[in-house]
Design a protein around this ligand. Structure first.
Ligand SMILES: [Zn+2]
Length: 221
């Protein structure tokens, strides 16, 4: 498995420092379960964060300290150990749902209480305690598009099975897309395999189609 789209350093740093909260954090934790590269980055951030806390007297955070920390991370990022593959081997037989997700929905994809979204698409909204942020599993049939939409806030989309493409690129298992108000897109699931994603949003999507906007409150999307 080769992952091409990773969370931004800012998101990983928020995750490492515990600032993300449960729902966004689930998206990053699930990506980490699939991505050795980001696991190493987060481990470094945690080490450096712990080291800084130990070594430094309390001081106000100065402007530019975030960039300085990222520069330091670039300096110390280790090479993979000899014999260690840069990415995880192809995950034949691996469960579709990585462990952080299984804690919320179990491991049986077909046992999930999917709700129809129309045109063969389905969703399942995860039971999360955090208010204001929604995590859902989306099931998009192979070869089919999602209705064109923009975003009222932030959206993280992590591919778990199959793949999709939009104006920004191609996303397969483990790839994570960060979207905000500036992105309007129409993702298409690739032919051959249904696409299952974890999508996390903090505001309703903005559909172009009037029909979609009318049923939107019923679907909670
Ligand atoms: Zn990654």
């Amino acid at each position: 498995m080769s992952i091409n789209h990773h969370p931004s350093d800012a998101l990983l740093l928020d995750y490492a420092s515990g600032a993300l909260g449960e729902t966004w954090g689930l998206g990053i934790a699930t990506h980490l379960a699939l991505c050795p590269e980001c696991r190493r980055t987060v481990a470094l951030m945690e080490d450096i964060g712990g080291g800084l806390l130990d070594a430094l007297p309390p001081a106000p955070v100065s402007e530019g300290s975030f960039d300085a920390l990222l520069a330091r991370l670039d300096d110390v990022a280790p090479e993979p150990a000899a014999g260690t593959p840069a990415t995880a081997p192809a995950s034949a037989g691996a469960p579709v749902l990585p462990l952080p997700l299984r804690d919320y929905v179990g491991s049986d994809i077909d046992g999930i209480r999917w709700r129809q979204l129309g045109m063969g698409a389905r969703q399942f909204i995860l039971p999360m305690a955090q208010k204001g942020v929604t995590a859902r599993l989306l099931w998009i049939p192979a070869g089919k598009p999602v209705l064109e939409h923009a975003h009222g806030g932030q959206e993280l989309t992590l591919v778990l099975r199959g793949s999709f493409s939009d104006e920004t690129g191609h996303y397969a298992r483990g790839d994570l897309q960060e979207a905000d108000e500036s992105l309007s897109h129409q993702p298409h699931a690739a032919p051959g395999e249904d696409c299952i994603c974890l999508a996390i949003t903090d505001a309703p999507l903005r559909f172009k189609s009037l029909a979609a906007r009318m049923v939107q409150p019923l679907l909670r999307i």
